[in-house]
Each structure stands twice: as structure tokens, then as C-alpha cells.
Design a protein around this ligand. Structure first.
Ligand SMILES: [Zn+2]
Length: 200
């Protein structure tokens, strides 16, 4: 027999669906929220709801944003000739934190993974090609993770982009097999500074 109230069990189940959260942590978080004032739970529920109601994808770079175009795309101080291609929003945030990149971004929202049925059509590749066709972008920095799918995506992009623009890759600083959003700022900054240029 379940000893916990149903409402509490439902919250624990919801937390367990989050990455890295097991039964113990989920229970601890749910009990913590229950012990705190009702207003705090209400604020949390509202903030979670607004993630979906207020945030959309930028129609240019596909970053999560409340505005369209997003703040980075509408920032006139940024370099229009440089484009950094990343897998997801966490990667964009990690690169922005280094302050080492002043160009624009393109978020793929995934990596190629044929085993999981993810091909070029499932990530934002064609939108990237359309952006390049406008002719403003001179260099594309491919900043996918050094995981097997990340590397496969980088190779695919190198092939698609060659003879169109200068293509560079993140160089030393990121350990093999590491997801770039978990890299420290210095390693990531060094990777950007020492990126490898593949001439078209
Ligand atoms: Zn944008």
C-alpha cells in the first residue's frame, strides 16, 4: 500500500522524469516544496508553465527566446561574418560564458544519430544552408561535442559546407568524449581561440 498522499506521489513521479533525478532526490525535493510556503510552490508552478507559454524558438538561429529575433540575433554589435554551430542551447550558453566568441549562432537541436533515426532532416541543417546562401557569413565554427554523434555531425557539416565558406572546428581544450556544455570556461575559451581552419 502506498503510504504517501497521491498528490505527493504525482510530484515525485514528475521529478523522477528529470535527468539525473532518482527516487530519493525526487522525494526530498517534493517534501521540501511541501514544507515551504504555498506561495513558493505557486511561483514554481507558474515559472514552469511559462517556459512553454513565453519561450519560443528564434526564427533565425533557433535559440530559445522570448523575443523573435532573439537578443543575440538582434544585437548589432555582433560579427555577422562568423557563425557558430552548436547542438543545443546549453552549448550556446557555455560558449557565451567564455566571452571568446562575438559572432552569431545556429542551433541544430540535436546531432546525427542514424541508430536513433535522426538524420539531417531531423536537425536544423537545411535552415543553416539557407542562412549561408545569403552570403553574409564567411566562417562557420562547428562546435559540436567530441562524442561519436557530435563528430559524425561535424564531418557531415564539413562535407556540406566545403567550397562555400571557411569552416573551423573547436580545437584543443575539450577532452574526447566530453559534452561541451560540461567543459570549464577556460578549456572552452582555448578551444575557440585555437580553432582549426579547414580552407574551402
Ligand atoms: Zn536568434
Amino acid at each position: 500500500m502506498e503510504v504517501l498522499p497521491d498528490a505527493l506521489v504525482r510530484v515525485i513521479k514528475s521529478f523522477r522524469r528529470l535527468p539525473g533525478i532518482g527516487e530519493k532526490t525526487a522525494t526530498r525535493l517534493a517534501l521540501h516544496i511541501l514544507r515551504r510556503p504555498h506561495a513558493e510552490a505557486h511561483e514554481l508552478a507558474r515559472d514552469l508553465d511559462e517556459l512553454h507559454s513565453l519561450i519560443r524558438l528564434c526564427s533565425i538561429c533557433f535559440a530559445f527566446s522570448e523575443e523573435d529575433p532573439c537578443r543575440i540575433c538582434s544585437d548589432t554589435r555582433r560579427d555577422d561574418s562568423m557563425l557558430c554551430v552548436v547542438e543545443g542551447s546549453g552549448d550556446l550558453m557555455a560558449i557565451e560564458k567564455t566571452g571568446a566568441f562575438k559572432g552569431r549562432y545556429h542551433i541544430l537541436h540535436g546531432v546525427l544519430s542514424p541508430m536513433d533515426g535522426i538524420g539531417p532532416a531531423e536537425i536544423k541543417v537545411e535552415a543553416l544552408i539557407r542562412r549561408l546562401n545569403k552570403g553574409t557569413i564567411k566562417e562557420v565554427l562547428i562546435a559540436t561535442s567530441s562524442t561519436v554523434p557530435g563528430e559524425a555531425t561535424a564531418s557531415y557539416l564539413l562535407e556540406r559546407l566545403k567550397n562555400r565558406v571557411i569552416v573551423s572546428r573547436l580545437a584543443c581544450g575539450i577532452p574526447l568524449g566530453m559534452d561541451i556544455k560540461y567543459a570549464d570556461e577556460h578549456s572552452l575559451a582555448r578551444s575557440i581561440e585555437s580553432r582549426k581552419i579547414n580552407q574551402p
